[in-house]
Every structure is written in C-alpha cells, then in structure tokens.
Design a protein around this ligand. Structure first.
Ligand code: HEM
Length: 207
C-alpha cells in the first residue's frame, strides 16, 4: 500500500467516524429526561406504553362525555374518511396524544414527532403530529374549557394510576411533576377569539 493510499483510507475512516458511522442507529430522543422516574414507575419500556395508551383512551372517552368539551371535538368524531389532512381522525388524535404523554411521562420520545395510524388509509405513514399552536389554531378553545380539560385529565390519571397500585401520595407526585408543563400550554392552546358552544358562553366562560 502506498503512503498516499494509506493517508486516503485514514482520512475516509475519520470522516465516517465524524458523521456517526453511516447507518449507526441513533439513540432515542428523550424530551423530558427529568421525568425518567415516572416512566420507570409506570413499568419502563415493557409496561409504560400500555399504561399511557389506557390513560389517553380513558381521557378521550371522558372529554367526549363532558358537555363542556365534547362540542369542540365534533369534527374529529365525524371524521370517518381515513384522512387526517384537514381534521384529525379519532385514531390520529389518540396516536398523537399518546406520543405526547409518553414523552411528557419521561419515555424515550419527543413531541411533535411521527406516529403510525393504520386507520388513516388515505395518509402516507408515518404521519407527523402537529405542534400545539397549529393543532388548536381553528378549534377556538376558551380558557374555562382548557381548565376543565386539565381537571378531567388529572382525574383520569389519578384513577388509572391508583388502579395500578400507585398510592395517593405517588399520584400527587406524578401530577406535581407534569402539571406545570401542561398548564404552561394554556396560552398556546386557548384562542384569542374563542368559540362558545352551550353550556359555555362568553359570560360564563372566560377566554
Ligand atoms: C394541555 C391540554 C391539551 C393538550 C396537551 C392537547 C393535545 C392535543 C394533541 C396532541 C392533538 C393532536 C395534534 C395532531 O393531530 O397533530 C390535539 C388536537 C386537538 N385538540 Fe387538543 N390538547 C389540549 C387541549 C385541548 C382542549 C382544551 C380542547 C378543546 C376542548 C382541544 C381540542 C382539540 C381538537 C378539536 C383537536 C383536533 C384538531 C383537528 O384536527 O381539527 N385540545 N390536541
């Protein structure tokens, strides 16, 4: 091997190492590493995904049964087209919420990110979830409806966690750890021009 060939090979090896070795798998992105204790308490990668899916399914059932929140989801509920390009299908809403809560509860995920929604037969997979401002831009969420959503979500989390063995104090710890992030989304999700559906009204429900 000539000296110049040896130098070329060494340079190519260094270049490959510098860009991550080509096809080397990337480590999962963890958006909330400070909440890794929550993911571990939920059973880690083996059990936490199913626990989060149950919390999200129960939360969606709860908000669709709540007269203050349900009207805002009428376009989602009516979307049986298999196409989420204009409004979410119910399956996409659950998939994106599951990704978001998996990230928030300390799992190896980041939101917004990609999700697979086999029920969305019209959309290429995976689909990219939207950021909170884009997702809620035309929903018209009033302030009191956002507050109700947080109250209902806390209650679902509490019920589901206690059913899987968490104590009241541990549930309080989980809520205390994630509530600031959720409540911090209020200014992004609440609309400056809210839409009111009965039983909400401008008089009864502050923006
Ligand atoms: C902290 C509170 C909330 C969080 C974390 C949240 C999260 C999400 C997520 C992840 C999506 C799916 C985005 C996508 O498909 O790309 C979504 C969509 C949606 N959210 Fe929220 N949301 C919150 C509050 C609310 C409230 C209070 C309402 C109204 C009562 C609401 C109504 C909707 C609707 C209607 C959609 C579907 C929009 C469409 O595709 O037309 N959200 N939300």
């Amino acid at each position: 091997m000539t000296q110049s060939l040896r130098i070329s090979i060494a340079a190519a090896t260094l270049a490959l190492a510098g860009c991550g070795g080509g096809d080397a798998p990337q480590p999962p992105s963890v958006q909330f590493p400070q909440n890794a204790n929550l993911w571990a308490a939920l059973g880690g990668d083996a059990a936490a995904p199913a626990a989060v899916r149950k919390v999200v399914a129960d939360a969606v059932n709860g908000l669709l049964a709540d007269p203050m929140e349900a009207p805002y989801f009428s376009k989602v509920v009516a979307n049986t087209s298999g196409d989420s390009s204009q409004h979410d299908t119910p399956a996409r809403l659950e998939a994106c919420l599951t990704l978001q809560f998996s990230a928030l509860l300390g799992g190896p995920y980041s939101y917004p990110g990609p999700v697979s929604v086999p029920q969305d037969t019209a959309n290429p997979q995976p689909e990219m979830c939207q950021d909170m401002a884009s997702a809620h831009a035309d929903v018209g969420v009033p302030g009191c409806v956002f507050d109700q959503f947080i109250t209902d979500l806390s209650s679902v989390l509490s019920t589901d966690l206690m059913a899987s063995g968490f104590t009241q104090a541990q549930v309080g710890g989980v809520l205390g750890q994630i509530a600031p992030t959720l409540v911090g989304l209020k200014t992004t999700i609440v609309s400056p021009q809210p839409t009111y559906f009965a039983p909400n009204s401008a008089a009864s429900c502050a923006p």
